[in-house]
Design a protein around this ligand. Structure first.
Ligand code: HEM
Length: 149
C-alpha cells in the first residue's frame, strides 16, 4: 500500500514538473505571447498538485526505508533536499515572477534571463527525480525477480 502511494506520488510529482517544462518550451518556441501568458499563469496553480505530491513522495520514501541507510537509499535521500531547495529558492519564485511579468505583457530581457534559468534548474530537478526513479527500480528489482518465479 505504502509502496503504491510512494510510486504514485513520485510519478505525479515528476510528471507535473515535466508538464511545466514541456509546455513552457513549446509555448516559447512555437507559440505567441498570449499562449506563453496562459502557460505562465497556469503553472503556479500546478503547485497545488506538485507540492503535496513531492512531500508525499519524500515522506512515504523515508517510511519505506524504515531507517535503513547506505547505498541507493542514501543517494535517494541526499537528492531530496537539493530538489526541495531548487524548488523553494528558484522554481517557485521564478514561476510567480514570470507569471506576473507575462500578465503585464513585459517580455523583456529580464523575463528571458529568468525563463532560461528556470528551465535549467527545472531540468536539473527532473534529472534528480529521474535518478530517484532509476534507484527506486533498483530497490525493487529483487522483489520483481521473486514475483516472476
Ligand atoms: C520524489 C523523489 C522520488 C522518486 C521519483 C522515487 C521513485 C521511486 C520509484 C519509481 C520506486 C518504485 C520502483 C518499483 O516499484 O519498481 C521507488 C521505490 C522506493 N523508494 Fe523512492 N522515490 C523518491 C524518493 C524516495 C526517498 C526520499 C526515499 C527514502 C530514502 C525512497 C525510498 C524508496 C524505497 C525504500 C523504495 C522501495 C519500495 C518497495 O520496496 O516497494 N524514495 N521510488
Amino acid at each position: 500500500m505504502l509502496s503504491t502511494v510512494h510510486k504514485a506520488a513520485a510519478a505525479l510529482a515528476t510528471a507535473t514538473i515535466a508538464t511545466f517544462w514541456i509546455s513552457t518550451m513549446i509555448s516559447e518556441i512555437f507559440l505567441d505571447h498570449t499562449a506563453i501568458t496562459a502557460v505562465k499563469t497556469a503553472i503556479p496553480y500546478g503547485f497545488f498538485v506538485l507540492i503535496p505530491a513531492m512531500a508525499t513522495a519524500g515522506v512515504s520514501g523515508a517510511k519505506l526505508a524504515k531507517g535503513r541507510v547506505g547505498g541507493v537509499l542514501s543517494a535517494k535521500s541526499k537528492r531530496m533536499p537539493i530538489v526541495a531547495a531548487n524548488g523553494i529558492l528558484v522554481l517557485i519564485p521564478a514561476a510567480l515572477y514570470l507569471a506576473t511579468k507575462a500578465q503585464a505583457g513585459s517580455f523583456d530581457t529580464t523575463f528571458y534571463v529568468v525563463q532560461v534559468f528556470e528551465l535549467l534548474v527545472g531540468a536539473a530537478n527532473l534529472t534528480l527525480l529521474g535518478l530517484n526513479m532509476r534507484d527506486g527500480r533498483k530497490l525493487t528489482a529483487g522483489k520483481r525477480r521473486r514475483a516472476a518465479v
